[in-house]
Each structure stands twice: as structure tokens, then as C-alpha cells.
Design a protein around this ligand. Structure first.
Ligand SMILES: *[C@@H]1O[C@H](CO)[C@@H](O)[C@H](O)[C@H]1NC(C)=O
Ligand SMILES: *[C@@H]1O[C@H](CO)[C@@H](O)[C@H](O)[C@H]1NC(C)=O
Ligand SMILES: *[C@@H]1O[C@H](CO)[C@@H](O)[C@H](O)[C@H]1NC(C)=O
Ligand SMILES: *[C@@H]1O[C@H](CO)[C@@H](O)[C@H](O)[C@H]1NC(C)=O
Ligand SMILES: *[C@@H]1O[C@H](CO)[C@@H](O)[C@H](O)[C@H]1NC(C)=O
Ligand SMILES: *[C@@H]1O[C@H](CO)[C@@H](O)[C@H](O)[C@H]1NC(C)=O
Length: 437
């Protein structure tokens, strides 16, 4: 206990944003797709080098940085959380072992801060995530990321949204500085970009996966699971809400969890009061609810979901094998839905069993953890290297080396091996027929 406290104290003085999370605040490891990038990234500025190899090009997809919630979430926050806050403050049984005086002070000061206009906008934290990501990538690969902009050397693209546009702007600011960033050329964003958001025009995927009532039924089934019912009971007891008039529903508890996640992402320095009712045990259950949903919506649950990522995969291969020297850098600013489908397309973070509403316990050590693989600012990068006569590919996810299933025993994978392993994707990528109903 004593060493734990010392560690925490040192952490708070040295660096609020990095390793401390592991020991200090268990909730920071279970925030699912609202996890800020600072909690999962590799913050190294060291150059990435392999003996006898020279980096030639890089192709990357980047989820926009930390943003505000959707309009419906903002409305729920504004309509429901002030009441819950008041119930907590009026409750004579608090503070208790979980809700401390410090938390009550934070609740006392808490007000909703967002309106309809701020929906999904990139936040201060999101801007910083992109600046720092760009700076680190530049120092990891100085041969690729010149610090002087050239329209031939760099290809940037973002989707038709404020959050990806701003993410791109802050990323190029990180590379070239504030003034030079102004001269960077971006193509006009497309509503349904066939590479950055391939799924947007996939009618069959919407019909059979995204809009299929089955997806909601899986979520509902997990809400009825023993783990979720226990979570609700525990939170209601802890807050002494078991009184009929004010007890919390599953929706309330999810809303509190999401607000805990957003406020943690937005503010490095202060703890969100909405995290205080939870211990790691409940957070793991709430995290699983989101992992489950995204597994069936954007992951391994349905073949079509990840099969349709082939245009993005082919774009990457074509860029890396092309004989053209330029562009050296391709960077696409996009969304969680693209990153997750790409990960599943590659066969990364694949568990041997499906996530289901009934196997929470069994999947405790699953690879499919959106808190790690789908944070804000998540990114996937492929770097081609020339090693003597051979062309190889290095893959980074969250700036960490990951090994593709085509080369489980080495970081660098021969491009020929990649092409042969994923030949089905490269040779049969006809979205028109894949997505027709
Ligand atoms: C940059 O290149 C694109 C073609 O890739 C071209 O359409 C655009 O006009 C160029 N922009 C500038 C500022 O040179
Ligand atoms: C909850 O509140 C009631 C009074 O409203 C009190 O009698 C009871 O002891 C409290 N329970 C806990 C667990 O704090
Ligand atoms: C909350 O109260 C309602 C009745 O008003 C009850 O049906 C429900 O089971 C309660 N939920 C919890 C989590 O205690
Ligand atoms: C690249 O050049 C080599 C030799 O000049 C040629 O054999 C190869 O087909 C070219 N590759 C592409 C993708 O154009
Ligand atoms: C996972 O679910 C899919 C779709 O229902 C099914 O086709 C597949 O066989 C399942 N995989 C396993 C390992 O159970
Ligand atoms: C982070 O990057 C550095 C340098 O590239 C590397 O040595 C280290 O192992 C990486 N850490 C993780 C967790 O991937």
C-alpha cells in the first residue's frame, strides 16, 4: 500500500498523462472507443530502423482525435445527468466508501457544458493528439516525413466531417509548423469516399449488419446478463438509489460510464465525478458491452463487414509497390468504423471464439478490446522498406509494431508474402457485387 501511494504521488508530479493510469486509475484502461490516444500510444520519439533497410514510403489511416459526443448523447447528458447529480448530492448516506467528499465536491461543481452545435467536434485534446502523433511519426521516420511540405511528396485526405478535417490540419501543423500548414493542399472531401469510408455505399452491409435488428438484440441480451444486472444492482446500492423513485436504469449507467470516458479524455488533469461510482469490475462489464457491439458491427461478427475493406487494403498495397517515388507519405483521416474493419480485414486481434452476450467470463483475456484497438486517434501505418533487393512491409498500430498473420515471426514482412497471403482481397475486390442485395 505504501509503495502504491508513493508511486501515485510521483506520477502526479512527473507526468499525469502516461504510465500512471495503470496503477492510479483503473478506469482509464476500460473506456472503450472513447479512450484518449495518450493512454494507448507509443510515445517514443526514437527513430525506427532495421539493419540494412531503408524506409521508402508510408501509408496510414488515422481515426480523428478526441471529439465531443453525438447530438443524442449530448441531449441525454443535458437532460438526465443533472437529475442524477442532484440525487447524489441530496443523499444523506453519502459520502461512503466509494463516493468520497472529494467526489461530492466535483459533483457539486459539475454542469453540462455542451450544446447541439458542439456535437462531434474535435476537442482540445484531439488537436493535441494529432500534433503529437505527427511529431512522433516524423522523428520515427525522418526519411519519409520531410519537415518541408511538398504537394508531390505528401498525400492527405479526410472525410466529409469537421473532426477529420481538423485532425488533418493539426497533423500537418505538427509536421510543418503553423504557418506552413496553411499551404497544404487537401482534395475536396467526398460524402461517401470509396477508400476512406468504403462501407458508406455498401447497401448489403447496412441491411444485413448495421441496421439489422439482430445487432440491437445482442446488446439487449447482454443488458439482461447476470453481469449487467449485478452491475446495475451494485451501482444503485453504492449510490443508495435503491429507492424506487430514483433508481438507475441500464441506460443511466451507460450514460454515466460514457460521460466518465469523455471527461477523462477531455481533461488530463482532473478526475470526472462520473467515474467515481465505478470500480474496475463494473467498468470491465460496461467495456464488454461496447466491445460486443463493435465486434458484431465493425469486427469479426460478419464476413462482409471486414471483406469490404479491400479497397483500402488495395490502395495501401498499390501505393507501396508502385514504382513511383512519390508520394512518400499517404495519410487518410477517417473513423473508427474504417480502422476496426481494416484490423479485422488483416486478421489482427482475432479471438478463437465469437464474443457473445453469454461468454463475458470466458472472454476476459480477449484480444478484441476497443479500449486498446479503437481509441480516439487510433492509427494503422504500413511502411515499405528496401532491404538489399527485397521489399518489405512494417506494420504499426498505435505506433507499436504489430506482426501480420502473413509473417508471425518477424516485424518486417516480405511484400510478396503479404500479397500472397491476402491474394483473395487483392484479386476479388468487387464492392458492387459484394454489396448488392
Ligand atoms: C496538388 O496536387 C493535386 C493533384 O494531386 C492538384 O490537383 C492540386 O492542384 C495541387 N495543389 C497545389 C497547391 O499545387
Ligand atoms: C440507504 O438509504 C436509506 C434511507 O434512505 C438508509 O436507511 C439505508 O441504510 C441506506 N443504505 C445504504 C447502503 O447506505
Ligand atoms: C428500479 O425500479 C423499478 C421500479 O420502479 C424496478 O422495476 C427496477 O427493477 C429497479 N431497477 C433496479 C436496478 O433496481
Ligand atoms: C516496376 O518496375 C519493374 C521493372 O522496371 C517492373 O517489372 C514492374 O512491373 C513495375 N511495377 C509496377 C507496379 O509498375
Ligand atoms: C461466429 O459467428 C458467425 C456468425 O454467426 C458464425 O458464422 C461463426 O461460425 C462463429 N464462429 C465461431 C468460432 O463460433
Ligand atoms: C515503443 O517504441 C519504442 C521505439 O520504437 C520501442 O523500443 C518500444 O518497444 C515500443 N513500445 C511498445 C509498447 O511497443
Amino acid at each position: 500500500m505504501a509503495t502504491h501511494l508513493v508511486f501515485l504521488t510521483i506520477c502526479i508530479f512527473i507526468d499525469l498523462s502516461s504510465q500512471c493510469s495503470i496503477t492510479g486509475y483503473p478506469f482509464e484502461n476500460h473506456l472503450s472507443s472513447e479512450t484518449p490516444y495518450r493512454l494507448v500510444s507509443n510515445k517514443s520519439f526514437y527513430r525506427i530502423q532495421y539493419d540494412g533497410c531503408t524506409p521508402k514510403k508510408i501509408w496510414m489511416v488515422i481515426r480523428h482525435g478526441t471529439r465531443n459526443p453525438s447530438i443524442s448523447k449530448i441531449e441525454q447528458i443535458n437532460n438526465r445527468l443533472p437529475d442524477i447529480r442532484d440525487f447524489i448530492l441530496e443523499n444523506d448516506n453519502l459520502p461512503n466508501g466509494f463516493i468520497k467528499n472529494r467526489d461530492l465536491d466535483l459533483f457539486q461543481k459539475w454542469e453540462p457544458t455542451l450544446n447541439a452545435e458542439s456535437k462531434k467536434k474535435l476537442t482540445r485534446e484531439g488537436r493535441e493528439e494529432m500534433l503529437l502523433l505527427a511529431e512522433r511519426m516524423q522523428s520515427k521516420f525522418p526519411e519519409l516525413f520531410d519537415n518541408i511540405y511538398s504537394n508531390t511528396s505528401f498525400k492527405f485526405k479526410y472525410t466529409h466531417t469537421q473532426r477529420t478535417k481538423k485532425s488533418a490540419l493539426y497533423f500537418v501543423t505538427g509536421l510543418f509548423g503553423k504557418n506552413n500548414a496553411k499551404s497544404v493542399w487537401f482534395p475536396e472531401p467526398l460524402k461517401n469516399d470509396p477508400i476512406l469510408r468504403f462501407y458508406k455505399s455498401c447497401t448489403k452491409w447496412y441491411k444485413e449488419v448495421k441496421d439489422d435488428p439482430k445487432l440491437k438484440r445482442i446488446n439487449k441480451a447482454f443488458e439482461q446478463s447476470a453481469e449487467m444486472l449485478k452491475t446495475l444492482k451494485v451501482i444503485n446500492e453504492r449510490l443508495n438509489f435503491s429507492r424506487v423513485s430514483s433508481n438507475l436504469s441500464a441506460d443511466d449507467v451507460f450514460l454515466m460510464y460514457k460521460t466518465c470516458a469523455y471527461e477523462t479524455a477531455w481533461n488530463k488533469q482532473s478526475k470526472s465525478p462520473w467515474c467515481s461510482p465505478f470500480t474496475e469490475e463494473e467498468l470491465k462489464v460496461l467495456e464488454y458491452a461496447e466491445d460486443l457491439e463493435l465486434y458484431w458491427q465493425d469486427g469479426y461478427g460478419h464476413e462482409l463487414t471486414y471483406k469490404q475493406a479491400c479497397p483500402a487494403f488495395s490502395d495501401m498495397i498499390n501505393m507501396l509497390i508502385s514504382n513511383e517515388t512519390y508520394p512518400k507519405v499517404t495519410a487518410y483521416f477517417t473513423h473508427s468504423g474504417t480502422i476496426l474493419k481494416m484490423l479485422a480485414h488483416l486478421g489482427l486481434y482475432k479471438d478463437s471464439e465469437n464474443l457473445t452476450a453469454t461468454n463475458y467470463g470466458k472472454m476476459a483475456n480477449r484480444k478484441w478490446r476497443t479500449s486498446f484497438i479503437d481509441s480516439f486517434g487510433s492509427n494503422l501505418a504500413f511502411i515499405s522498406f528496401k532491404c538489399n533487393k527485397n521489399n518489405k512491409i512494417l506494420t504499426l498500430h498505435q505506433e507499436k509494431v504489430v506482426r501480420l498473420p502473413s509473417c508471425p515471426n518477424s516485424d518486417l514482412c516480405d511484400i510478396k508474402e503479404v500479397i500472397s497471403y491476402y491474394s483473395e482481397s487483392i484479386e476479388h475486390c468487387d464492392l458492387t457485387s459484394m454489396c448488392a442485395i
